[in-house]
Design a protein around this ligand. Sequence first.
Ligand SMILES: NCc1[nH]cc(CCC(=O)O)c1CC(=O)O
Length: 308
Amino acid sequence: MQTILRIGTRGSPLALAQAQETQARLMAAHGMPVEAFEIVVISTSGDRIQDRPLSEAGGKGLFTKEIEEALLAGGIDIAVHSSKDMPTQLPDGLELSAFLPREDARDAFVGKAAKTIAALPRGAKVGSSSLRRQALIRRMRPDLDVVMFRGNVQTRLRKLDEGVAAGTILAYAGLKRLGLEHVVTDLIPLDSFPPAPGQGAIGIETRIGDRDVEKMLVAIHDVPTGQALACERAFLAALDGSCRTPIAGYAAIVAGKLSFAGLIISPDGTQSHSVELQGSAQDAARVGHEAALTVRAKAGEKFFDGWL
Ligand SMILES: NCc1[nH]cc(CCC(=O)O)c1CC(=O)O
């Protein structure tokens, strides 16, 4: 059998696990063999830059640039991503057209010196390169020493074993997809430690108007996940661009009802503003946009300046 669809992905173990999950769902939905869905590994700038925070090197788009170029050029037919790594503005001609059923969106603590963040000794080092996680850690425990932690999930776990930090925070979804859930010492509640918009959801990017590909993806698209993501990404889109302010947001869909909780927080964790909004799942993007306007009004425009 010949290839029907080429699946583009980064080469990290997590990215490959996500591409393989997409491949397996396509095979099951369409009753086709593995050869029908070829996985094409593409190296990105984000994979190569290891020595500085990505927010300094050029931001989220670094993990997607080369993959999107391949998609636009026709070298691949779909690109599989962690939704939370996707910028809100995609290149002309591309869209996120399907989402797989969302994994658990919570952050997980992986502790060496203690099982929970609360139980860490005073001044302990916690590794994270995410501005959101750094701010949330500082809000919980201003005494802790937050240190930079880059690299893929395996690299970060190795740094912990080497004693570089007493603990780190990773997405539970990523650890589960890698079969590494056993390293988790605590699952952090969504309300005290809200996730990044899109966390835990695999998103599939396509060329706008590629009807054949869209038809194949309908069979694996998860509607509630798509609605939650529309809300969270609308929230992010109405807030980012302006700032390096950490942003968290999570939408839960239960029986057609959407509940969204969003948070913006200063990088030092001392100031934060939150918003909660309910609505119909059909109106997901509007709820996210409205939540952004609400939290923006609460915080004031000055909140978004000058955290550099
Ligand atoms: N920025 C890296 C990244 N992008 C997506 C995930 C986890 C999987 C997911 O959120 O779907 C991770 C690692 C982490 O945050 O621990």
